[in-house]
Ligand binder design. Structure first.
Ligand code: EPZ
Length: 417
């Protein structure tokens, strides 16, 4: 199993280039099924993107990298068929359901996989689909079929990110208006809606929890640039602050960063935003503990919490880490305890991180994408050597991570075995 070996305590200084957003690139790849030719720019070279491209090709489409981060997708020859087993390796495979139903009226796929951080039910997807005339057959695979006419008002049972993404892709086939309430408004939902607008779909309310839209798709080709990953921005900001580094993050998209910048300021991180660049400098005083509470966007969303919880081990006082969304996302906290952090697990959704405490290098496990990044930050803070196993999870979400960290002075090696 591949692993990272990290020597902590080195001073970090320099620039970290921010990649395109994983959680925007994945639905945009699925949405390419709604048109014939799609060009996506600033796509991160991560394993989840590779999996999604494999599935497009399995369905009869073609994908080609025009340069390091520009992906061209042609779906002219795509025909509906059951998705391949690769669909089980990531959550985002569920996002093929909406566009396949929109284009062909049918979809058959395995139940999605991805991070093991909770039950992650897809009921909210299916109940919303049913309101648009989709019949779901849940056996060893998920078989979906829809009647021709669709449109109407839908109140999402959960403000699900991929649920909203699936629904807007399906509703792009409806010529009758679809009204979606309690929709998710994450940056990646907004970027997908902008893609659909470019494809000819009429959508209003983007960025709010109420969307009004009507199809159909009228364009054959769409070009879109993936936005900088706000989850990378918060993780690298936490890394820079926790290691007292002097780091520049670029490019960033300020329109999606309110909650992150507010959290960093409340902790007294020495952070400045200038245009599309964030500067983090060593702190002028002690970091302050400040509640880390997951919310629905535009609040601080759950994926920001693991890296910021590592910073909390270096802040004065108790930080409540409260993630009400996932019931099994605390594995990284148990790994932090191994490294010397003072953490009180209160229940499956809440923990108290009491700082500041020194961290010590240990052998730890990366259980999912964001906890993997948390382990890397902890290892860079810690005194001594840390071995992180399970780094295939990290590769799912972060491109060339060890190169980017070496470039700011980190002592990190990847050992493939
Ligand atoms: C997406 O997953 C992301 N994945 C996840 O990121 C992210 O953690 C999650 O949204 C929340 O922001 C992708 O975009 C590919 P959900 P998704 O349906 O759509 C509960 C990462 O690290 N919930 O929004 O599967 C719900 O039951 C991954 O990039 C409520 O209880 O997540 C589920 O357990 C990990 N009530 C959890 O929250 C609500 O109103 C997330 O739900 C809404 C959600």
């Amino acid at each position: 199993m591949s692993r990272f070996i990290i020597e902590g305590g080195t001073s970090l200084k320099g620039d970290i280039p921010i990649s395109g957003s994983k959680n925007a690139a994945l639905p945009l790849i699925a949405a390419s099924l709604l048109v014939e030719e799609t060009t996506l720019r600033n796509v991160p070279r991560i394993t989840d993107v590779a999996r999604m491209c494999e599935i497009i090709e399995y369905l009869g489409g073609s994908t080609a990298w025009k340069d390091e981060h520009t992906l061209q997708i042609n779906t002219g020859n795509v025909r509906p068929k059951e998705l391949p087993p690769a669909a089980r390796t990531l959550r985002a495979s569920i996002l093929f359901a909406g566009p396949l139903l929109a284009r062909f009226g049918e979809a058959e796929l395995p139940y999605p996989g991805g991070d093991v951080i909770g039950a992650r039910p897809i009921d909210s997807h299916l109940s919303a689909f049913e309101k648009l005339g989709v019949i779901a057959e849940e056996k060893e695979t998920l078989k979906l079929n829809r009647k021709k006419t669709c449109g109407g008002k839908i109140v999402l049972e959960e403000t699900s990110v991929t649920g909203t993404e699936n629904l807007v892709m399906l509703a792009s086939a409806c010529t009758e208006e679809t009204e979606i309430r309690l929709a998710a408004a994450e940056p990646h939902v907004q970027e997908l809606c902008k893609f659909l607008q470019k494809a000819g779909v009429s959508i209003s309310g983007i960025g709010t929890t109420t969307l009004h839209m009507s199809g159909p798709v009228t364009k054959k080709t769409v070009e879109h640039t993936v936005n900088p990953d706000e989850l990378e921005i918060s993780a690298f900001a936490a890394l820079a602050a926790a290691t007292h580094g002097e780091i520049t993050l670029h490019p960033v998209d300020p329109q999606y960063l309110d909650a992150i910048l507010l959290q960093l300021e409340k902790i007294h991180v020495n952070v400045t935003l200038k245009g599309d660049t964030i500067h983090i400098q060593p702190p002028q005083g002690a970091y302050q503990s400040h509640r880390l509470q997951a919310g629905l966007y535009p609040k601080l969303v759950t994926d920001h919490l693991p890296p910021l919880a590592v910073l909390a081990t270096q802040a004065e006082g108790p930080t409540l880490v409260h993630d009400w969304l996932f019931e099994a996302r605390q594995s990284y906290l148990r790994e932090l305890i191994k490294m010397g952090a003072n953490v009180m697990i209160m229940d499956p959704h809440r923990a108290l991180v009491i700082g500041p405490t020194p961290l010590y290098g240990k052998e730890v496990v990366s259980y999912d994408i964001r906890s993997g990044m948390a382990m890397i930050i902890a290892a860079l803070v810690a005194r001594g050597t840390t071995t992180i196993t399970g780094i295939e999870h990290i590769d799912r979400g972060y491109e060339n991570l060890e190169e980017r960290l070496k470039n700011i002075g980190a002592n990190i090696e990847r050992i493939d075995s």
